[in-house]
Structures are given as C-alpha cells and as structure tokens.
Design a binder for this molecule. Structure first.
Ligand SMILES: Nc1ncnc2c1ncn2[C@@H]1O[C@H](COP(=O)(O)OP(=O)(O)O)[C@@H](O)[C@H]1O
Ligand code: SF4
Ligand SMILES: [Mg+2]
Length: 360
C-alpha cells in the first residue's frame, strides 16, 4: 500500500503545491540561498519544465521536493504532495514516497548505474525492494520495462552490463528504473545533456510518451529553453534561486515578459540558422548565492536595468493571464524596455533580426 492510498485523491487537486520553499546550505563561506522563496503548482498528468542557467537552483529544488538533500540543508516553507506535507519528514519519512510516488532520472547514467551489476538486476531491485515482487516476477517486469523504453532485444539486454550499452540505451535503462514502481511524478534532471542531438530528441519523446501512457506528471529540469519547448505544458524559469517567470509553455514563448527569459531564448542554438545573428551566451556570471545582489538579482547583467532594479526586488505578479507570472519592473514590451531595446539595436548590440523576434 502506498502512503497516500488512505487519503483523498482527486484529479482537480494539484499533485504538487509549493509555498515559499527555501533551501539554504550552511557552509564555511556563509549561508548559500540555493532556493529562496519558490511557490508553484503542478497538476496531475502535466509536464513542467524548470529552466535556468547552471547554478540557478533547479537541481536543489528537485532534490528538496524528493527529500534528497545533505544534512547541511535547511528547508522551510511548504511542499504538499497530493495534500500531504513533505517538509520535515526526513529521509526515513520520505522513503515510502520514493519509487512508488516519485522518482528521478539523473543527468549522467554512467554515474548513477552500478557498473558491476547487470541492467536487468538494477531494474528488478526496486521492484523487489519497494513492491515486494518475487525474483522471477521482477525479472519478467524488468523485461517488459525494457520493451516500454524501446530497448530492442530486451531478453538479451537484460543480462548485459552498463558498459555494453550506448549512452542513449543507458539513459533508457535509467528511465526504466525510474518508471519501475509506477510513480505519479517523474523528475528528469538534465536527462539529455550528455547525449547527441538525435538521441536527445528520442529520449525526450520517450519521456513524453510514457507520461501520456501512465498519466504521470513530469518535471523536466534543463538549462536549455529549447529542450522544454515541445515537451512541457508549463514552464518555470529560475534565476539565482528564485522563480522569475512562469506560464503555460505556448504563452511563455509568445508573450515572455522577463528580460532574463528573453536572453535564454535568444541564446538557444539554432541548427538551421545560417545567419549567425544569434546572441551566444548571457554576458556576466550568475549571482553568488551567499551574497546575492540587492533588488532584482538579474540587475547586474540585465541590459534593460534602471536604478530601481538595483534597489527594490520586483515581486512575482500576474499578467492579464492569471497563469502567467513574472518578476520585473520593466518587462518586455513596456515603454522603458522598448526605449532601451531601440538603443541596443542602434548601437548594434542586438541584431535587428533578433529584436524583431525572427529567431524564434
Ligand atoms: N550541498 C551543497 N552545499 C552548498 N551549496 C550547494 C550545495 N548543493 C548545491 N549548492 C549550490 O546551490 C546553488 C544551486 O545549485 P543547483 O541547484 O545545482 O543549480 P542548477 O541545477 O540550476 O545548475 C549553486 O550555487 C550550488 O553551488
Ligand atoms: S527588474 Fe530590472 S534588472 Fe530585473 S529583469 Fe527587469 S529590467 Fe532587468
Ligand atoms: Mg542541475
């Protein structure tokens, strides 16, 4: 029996509800505010993309929800999973959720897989541990899971070791392990970063297909806005431990308000773009989370920043669409933004094609 079977479950209830979640680490340098006041909702069966540059707190946020943090972490706020509060449970109290309620596909399958254990045994292990299956049932289920994740010749593959498989196949095995106990929520943390572009697309498609088949919710964590574009219902953009913009995916792409989100979009590499007009990376470095800048945390790197941005922190506010929230004093489309954008185009800092949005 899962820890939630006794509780009320309804499809209109959110699967996951975060309120003012903070995860701080005590270090010799001081307190690292890795996640600093994140509130968001994930509905059942939906796919949420968490996007932001490296160091923005995406992995720490996912691990906070899963309860997979080192003892130096201090977590406050509220994380309700299907109505049940998760904060304060500790690893012991979270164990019943792992595998059966939520599971995670990590970035690097070579690190996460056991090199001296056959892949079939690695898939069978959680089935025996969490679901109490017999050895033969677990083996049969493992073979079926390999078929589910589109691994050819599963009966042969099941007796192979990780090094005998390609990178893409290993990531499929990781997905099979994560799916084994039928979770309602799957985290995929940069699941395709180590893979080449064609395999990336196949893995994302596989995750989407499994989500539909199993009516699972998925949280797809990535630094690449391009990865989430076609594979999520909603997007949450993080910067410096905070949520800076969130919206349904199509709305985010058509009406993004936060200059940081726009910078992420402008830096998406386009294979079919011969014009060389794309801006490469966002200049400057992400903030030091021990001593983050005052005001808007993006201000030191934002081409549209004005005095107020350095003084006052912009709150997360809705647009006319209540599901679209952003935190910016001078959002994309505002007079102040347009004035600055015109200056940037005049000086050649922003190519005309990019300013017109022809890169989208
Ligand atoms: N165990 C830890 N102790 C101290 N700081 C940490 C720890 N884990 C992560 N951090 C810091 O938290 C911030 C967010 O990290 P992370 O969530 O891994 O970023 P992302 O996944 O977005 O690249 C980074 O500044 C990172 O150095
Ligand atoms: S608040 Fe200011 S610094 Fe922050 S993103 Fe908006 S314009 Fe840029
Ligand atoms: Mg990460």
């Amino acid at each position: 029996m899962t820890p939630l079977q006794t509780e009320h479950r309804s499809d209109v209830d959110p699967l996951l509800q975060l309120d003012d979640v903070r995860t701080h680490f005590k270090t010799e340098r001081g307190r690292v505010r890795a996640v600093d006041g994140v509130s968001l909702t994930l509905r059942r069966g939906r796919a949420l993309g968490i996007v932001g540059e490296s160091g923005s707190g995406k992995t720490v946020l996912s691990r906070t929800i899963m309860g997979l943090l080192p003892s130096t972490a201090e977590v406050t706020g509220s994380i309700r999973y299907s109505g049940t509060e998760l904060i304060g449970r500790g690893r012991g109290g979270m164990r019943g959720f792992w595998g059966r309620e939520m599971s995670m596909v990590f970035q690097n399958p070579m690190v996460s897989l056991n090199p001296v254990m056959k892949v079939g045994e690695q898939i069978a292990e959680p089935l025996r541990l969490h679901l109490g299956m017999s050895r033969s049932d677990a083996k049969a289920t493992a073979t079926r899971l390999l078929t589910d994740v589109r691994i050819p010749e599963p009966e042969r593959r099941i007796d192979q070791y990780p090094h005998e498989l390609s990178g893409g196949m290993r990531q499929r095995v990781m997905i099979a392990i994560a799916l084994a106990c039928g979770p309602s929520l799957l985290f995929a943390d940069e699941p395709t970063t180590a893979l080449d572009v064609t395999v990336q697309a196949q893995i994302l498609e596989l995750i989407a297909e499994q989500r539909r088949d199993r009516n699972m919710s998925v949280v797809l964590v990535t630094h690449d806005l391009g990865v989430v574009a076609g594979h999520t219902d909603d997007i949450a953009v993080m910067y410096g431990g905070k949520l800076v913009e969130t919206a349904p995916t199509t709305l985010l792409f058509s009406e993004m308000r936060m200059p940081y989100t726009m910078s992420l979009l402008r830096s998406i590499p386009r294979l079919d773009d011969p014009s060389h007009t794309r801006l490469p990376v966002i200049a400057g470095r992400p903030p030091d989370l021990v001593a983050p800048p005052s005001g808007c945390r993006f201000a030191p790197r934002c081409a549209y920043a004005r005095e107020r941005c350095h003084q006052e922190e912009p709150p997360l506010v809705p647009t006319s669409h209540p599901d679209h929230l952003y935190a910016c004093w001078y959002p994309v489309g505002s007079d102040e933004f347009n004035e600055r954008e015109a200056d940037l185009v005049r000086s050649g800092a922003v190519p005309v094609a990019i300013a017109r949005g022809e890169q989208k």
